[in-house]
Design a protein around this ligand. Structure first.
Ligand code: F6R
Length: 605
């Protein structure tokens, strides 16, 4: 989704901003732009639809020497994908970028138009720029931004440059924003993602909501913070920048998605090591003190499906009831949050607006909250009382793969920490062995990828796809279908195998494919369900154990060895689904790492 980067320092401002924007490319966007203070002391804006490379081409004949600039990658919400609607938006001595949605933009625009202000774009973002501008008649910029911000509804982050003073202002409400300083380099930076600031800042600051960040070369600290009244504020968290920038070179892999699929065995092993032998022990220890009566699990997309798996772990192992709800629905359902309940939120980015809103709902009901999250320091991480990092490393492919596996496994560790065997060396050893068995089995799947590729080639052009599974394999069916549709642009649905006959079976014919996941649990019942599809001439891709009746009804068959994996086996099967989707998308020739219309981090409701 939209990416923001701003910089002020002695030189190379535009280069630093563009480098930051490039690092955020993986998040998905449809246009890019930059505003800088040129050598004549004037704001100069360049923006282009399409990839950053289009913007770079436009800048190639421009003198971009500058000490202050802001840049943006836009994922359109209000107004089409056009150069005009791209950010930054500028008016006279101000330029601004925005991430989020202004919910009352229409009424603010009407009022401003009534006062004679006009607009160059169709965006909600420009409304804030003009609102602030209109307030400058009566007050300085700092106060105008604070006052304007109090009038906008919805979750947003804004960053301004002021041509007159060479300063940057930034402010946010429930949207990601991070500032940074590097005193040796005499520069201050701001972004929607700390990842963009690695190398440019050695200290980073996470401002609270409604806190105005002021980046100024005239300030010896380079940065200061103000509350909504304009008084100095301490409502921010600061830490040393410890992330290292790995240009995440794809190596020999054609796509990040494939690279990330292959990283899984290593990540499974290191997750286990971290929580049983490394610094992670203290986090497990901390969550082990929780005594939940009930969990409320909430997340979005792939993370939600991981949540269903985690529900199975917690209910199965701990017998603690779990209710679960999509992040986008949670707060509107008026959830029953009782004392003793615990909210559990799962997210790769830690910035998903709907997941954060669910967490906020729990927090305001004073129930404790736990995250399973990848990005340390993200909004979700900072808001939750307890955090278990999923340690997937940077995930660049928009379609989440390794994060799903790590979410599921970290959920399994949570169940362990809450269980009666926590701290028992014998049980821990058994769990560690099971993790390493999973890593081995995933290695085997990766070694036999040619079999999966062949099937992908046979089925990629069919009419539609049903992924089916039962019991603990049902969440994997849902996740398999999501992965396929997002990267191969085909219609796919995940279904509980026993449910097809209640309606969707009407769609089955010789052009429909059933990717039938069969594990040891409920095996015979699942095979009976597949028979029903076969009887209607559906094409069966059986993924399961060595079983004669399954082999007999499968048009294509992938044999898996479930022995010893027990409750972790869905994560094993899921790797097959990931590869199947990957190769089907490859045969279709889609943009696998950056599928159309999708964003990596969904920071709007
Ligand atoms: C699918 C995918 C999305 C995300 C969802 C939540 O491959 O990546 O469905 O899982 O947008 O994102 P996070 O995990 O960042 O909260």
């Amino acid at each position: 989704m939209c990416g923001i980067v701003g910089h002020l320092g002695p030189s190379q401002s535009v280069e630093i901003v563009l480098e930051g924007l490039r690092r955020l490319e993986y998040r998905g966007y449809d246009s890019a732009g930059v505003t800088f203070l040129n050598q004549s002391g004037k704001l100069e804006t360049h923006k282009k639809t399409g990839k950053i490379v289009n913007l770079e081409k436009a800048l190639s004949s421009v003198n971009t020497d500058s000490m202050v600039s802001i840049g943006h990658t836009r994922w359109a919400t209000h107004g089409g994908v056009t150069d005009f609607n791209s950010h930054p938006h500028s008016h006279e001595h101000l330029s601004m970028v925005h991430n989020g949605i202004i919910e009352n933009a229409d009424s603010l625009r009407d009022t401003l138009q009534g006062k004679g202000f006009s607009f160059k774009s169709e965006t909600d973002s420009e409304v804030f720029l003009m609102l602030v501008f209109s307030l400058l008649e009566k007050m300085p910029l700092k106060e105008a931004i604070l006052k304007g911000f109090s009038q906008v509804e919805g979750n947003s982050a804004f960053v301004f440059i002021n041509e007159k003073t060479r300063e940057i202002f930034a402010i946010k409400r429930a949207a990601p924003l991070v500032c940074g300083t590097h005193h040796t380099k005499s520069q201050a930076v701001v972004s929607s993602d700390p990842y963009a600031l690695i190398g440019a800042a050695d200290r980073i600051y996470f401002p609270g909501d409604e806190v105005l960040c002021h980046l100024s070369p005239a300030n010896k600290d380079l940065i200061s913070f103000y509350d909504s009244e304009g008084n100095p504020s301490e409502n921010y968290k600061s830490q040393k920048q410890e992330m290292e920038y790995d240009p995440s070179d794809k190596g020999d892999f054609e796509h990040y998605m494939l690279k990330e699929i292959y990283e899984q065995p290593g990540l499974v092993r290191s997750l286990c090591q971290f929580y049983f032998d490394g610094d992670g022990k203290k986090f497990l220890e901390k969550v082990s003190s929780l005594r939940p009566n009930r969990f409320h699990i909430s997340a979005c997309g792939t993370a939600f499906y991981a949540g269903l798996l985690v529900r199975d772990f917690i209910e199965g192992i701990n017998r603690i009831p779990c209710v679960y709800e999509l992040g986008s629905e949670f707060r509107y359902r008026n959830p029953i949050l009782k004392e003793g309940d615990v909210g559990l939120f799962i997210s790769q980015s830690g910035e998903t607006a709907d997941t954060l809103a669910s967490q906020g709902e729990c927090k305001s009901s004073s129930i404790q909250t736990v995250s399973l999250v990848n990005v340390e320091g993200s909004s979700l991480y900072r808001e939750c009382d307890y955090n278990l990092l999923i340690r997937a490393g940077v995930e660049i492919g928009v379609a989440s793969t390794k994060a799903f596996t790590q979410m599921g496994l970290t959920g399994r560790l949570l169940a362990h920490a809450l269980g009666e065997h926590y701290g028992d060396a014998h049980h821990e050893k058994k769990l560690i062995d099971k993790f390493s068995l999973l890593a081995e089995r995933i290695d085997e799947v990766l070694a036999n990828v040619e079999d999966i590729k062949k099937i992908a080639e046979e089925i990629y052009n069919k009419k539609g796809y049903f992924f089916t599974g039962r019991g603990i394999y049902y969440p994997i069916a849902l996740e398999g279908a999501l992965k396929l549709k997002e990267i191969a642009y085909v219609h796919a649905e995940g279904y509980a195998a026993g449910e097809l006959k209640h309606g969707p079976i009407a769609l089955i014919d010789e052009e429909m494919v059933n990717i039938a996941i069969v594990g040891p649990e409920l095996k015979d019942k699942t095979i009976s369900n597949i028979q029903e599809i076969k009887a209607r001439k559906g094409i069966i891709v059986g993924i399961g154990p060595n079983d004669n009746s399954l082999k007999k009804i499968s048009d294509y068959f992938l044999e898996l060895n479930f022995e010893g994996l027990d409750e972790l086996s869905p994560l094993y099967v899921n790797v097959v689904n990931q590869l199947l989707s990957y190769y089907m998308a490859k045969f279709k020739g889609t943009d696998i790492d950056k599928p159309r219309n999708l964003a990596k981090s969904v920071t709007v409701e």
